[in-house]
Ligand binder design. Structure first.
Ligand code: BES
Ligand code: MN
Ligand code: ZN
Length: 495
């Protein structure tokens, strides 16, 4: 789908989308159509009393014969004020959903003549249109024609085409990153495994990223016993991928992102029940976000030094799989008693975090992981859990999340929780042995591998996959985290 910006043009073909304010008041562009058609829009609004022009309400009507368009779509703009970037994106999403449902091929969105005439509004509207239009249908060979997306050409009418285009160019690259993340989490686990994931990451070299792939032998040499233990039952060898974007000043310490990339989590010998196990294909969601984020930052040529590190493993039961009771030595030198092979994400991250600090000495580090089922119990599919050793970093991340509509909520860390993973025979064990505070205990485990680096951990177990469609994403992989962290880099590290 191509999105272009044009001057307002009431003579557009296909579908024409115009705005309606509260109490059914027509916006200027809608009024122009209404006058050109003998009051057809006024009549349509009157004929649909439940459509009152409330923000995000939407209603279609056949276009009056005096117009070139076939369909007119009325979209509610509320009182027309205070439509910020996030609301503009959601509006775009609502409009895209309607256009896709109607199956129109071509559409023009013209919400002009209001305070929302800004380039920022038009660019964000376009970004929302695109975000909602995502599809993952490469494995569906028998789609009925009526199920296939029809929309080919989308035009956003705006008085400031140049300004809108310029802003959209960057947003468009961020949407590319979100789509890459959604693709990665949607891929089935027979297709996406550590090596094939690493190959996909390698393709990002074309964006100017430096990509290195470490194999099991190299990781063994580095002493990554925690990560390697998780993957030792799999036919697919583990990988660690390091992505570097050098858009900042030479010599400036980078910000680092670290992702859990368990391409399939059976639980290992602590095997999960069969029901719902298919969801564990997206247990690489953290790595998916880091990869999409690096693509977004490189795509828009961010003025910052950024590294992304992803630990890629498959957690399988096998004759050679790790056992409950095994003791492994992590790259940090700390030993871990593995009580539960299903608490594997923290083992992968232990080495990935340590490696990142050891090699890059980042000025701040954020990890993302579909780490605990307990997170879903606490915050559902709406909000991600935030855990951090730094108040300022936490505040920045919460603000960025609010700004883009990817909310995060902070949980506490404390010595009392940390003690719960002390082991009698090793430096620590990988679970507490009780279900209390499961997400916090997992975060405490990670904290043992970050030294005094400014660090935040996002538990995205609940938000990585959505069971239902939302304004900016069809159900499935959400890409939650890419826009949040892209915003954080822009706000905190490029200014
Ligand atoms: N990948 C899971 C967590 C998860 C569950 C993510 C459901 C998304 C949806 C993780 O590896 C895991 O199995 N965690 C265990 C930890 C427990 C053994 C302490 C859990 O949450 O049950
Ligand atoms: Mn697990
Ligand atoms: Zn897992």
């Amino acid at each position: 789908m191509k999105i272009a910006f044009s001057a307002p043009k009431p003579e557009a073909a296909g579908a024409l989308v115009v705005g309606v304010l509260e109490k059914g008041r027509l916006t200027p562009s809608a009024t122009a159509l209404d006058e050109a058609s003998g009051g057809a829009l006024t009549k349509a609004v009157k004929g649909a009393p439940r459509f009152t022009g409330k923000l995000e309400q939407i209603q279609n009507m056949p276009a009056p014969t005096s117009l070139k368009a076939d369909t007119v779509i009325l979209v509610g703009l509320g009182n027309g004020k205070g439509i910020d970037a996030q609301k503009a994106q959601r509006l775009g999403g609502v409009i895209a959903a309607k256009l896709l449902a109607l199956g129109v091929k071509e559409a023009t969105v013209d919400l002009n003549g209001m305070e929302s005439d800004s380039a920022e509004f038009a660019a964000n509207l376009a970004a929302g249109l695109r975000l909602r239009s995502y599809r993952f249908d490469k494995y569906r060979t028998k789609q009925k024609p009526e199920d296939k997306p029809a929309l080919k050409k989308l035009t956003v009418a705006t008085p400031d085409q140049k300004g809108a285009k310029k802003l959209f160019d960057d947003l468009d690259r961020v949407v590319d990153g979100v789509f890459l993340t959604r693709d990665l989490v949607s891929e089935p686990p027979n297709v996406l495994y550590p090596d094939s994931f690493a190959e996909r990451a390698k393709e990002l070299e074309k964006l100017g990223l430096e990509i290195e792939v470490l194999d099991a032998k190299q990781m063994k040499k580095l002493g990554m016993g925690a990560l390697l233990g998780v993957g030792q039952g799999s036919q697919h060898e583990s990988r660690l991928v390091v992505m570097q974007w050098k858009g900042g000043k030479k010599g400036d310490a980078p910000v680092a992102f670290v992702g859990k990339g368990v391409t399939f989590d059976t639980g290992g010998i602590s095997l999960k029940p069969g029901q719902g196990m298919w969801d564990m294909k997206w247990d690489m969601g953290g790595a998916g976000v880091v990869t999409g984020l690096m693509a977004a930052l490189a795509g828009r040529k961010a003025k910052a030094n950024v590294v992304g590190v992803i630990g890629l493993v498959e957690n399988m039961p096998d004759g050679n799989a790790q056992r409950p009771g095994d003791i492994v030595t992590s790259m940090s030198g700390q030993t871990i008693e593995v009580w539960n092979t299903d608490a594997e994400g923290r083992l992968v991250l232990a080495d990935a975090l340590w490696y990142t600090i050891d090699r890059f000495k980042p000025k701040a580090m954020v990890d993302l992981a579909t780490l605990t089922g307990a997170m879903i119990i606490a915050l559902g599919e709406v909000t991600a859990g935030l855990f951090s050793n730094d108040d300022a970093l936490s505040d920045q991340l919460m603000a960025a999340g609010r700004a883009v509509g990817e909310p995060v909520w902070r949980f506490p860390l404390a010595d009392e929780y940390d003690r719960m993973i002390d082991s009698d025979v090793a430096d620590m064990k990988n679970i507490a042995g009780s279900r209390s505070a499961g997400s916090i205990v997992a975060a405490q485990f990670l904290q043992r591998f970050v030294k005094d680096t400014k660090w935040a951990h996002l538990d995205i177990a609940g938000v990585t996959w959505s069971g239902k469609t939302t304004p900016l994403a069809p159900k499935g992989g959400t890409g939650f985290g890419v826009r949040l962290l892209e915003r954080w880099v822009a706000e905190a590290h490029e200014k």
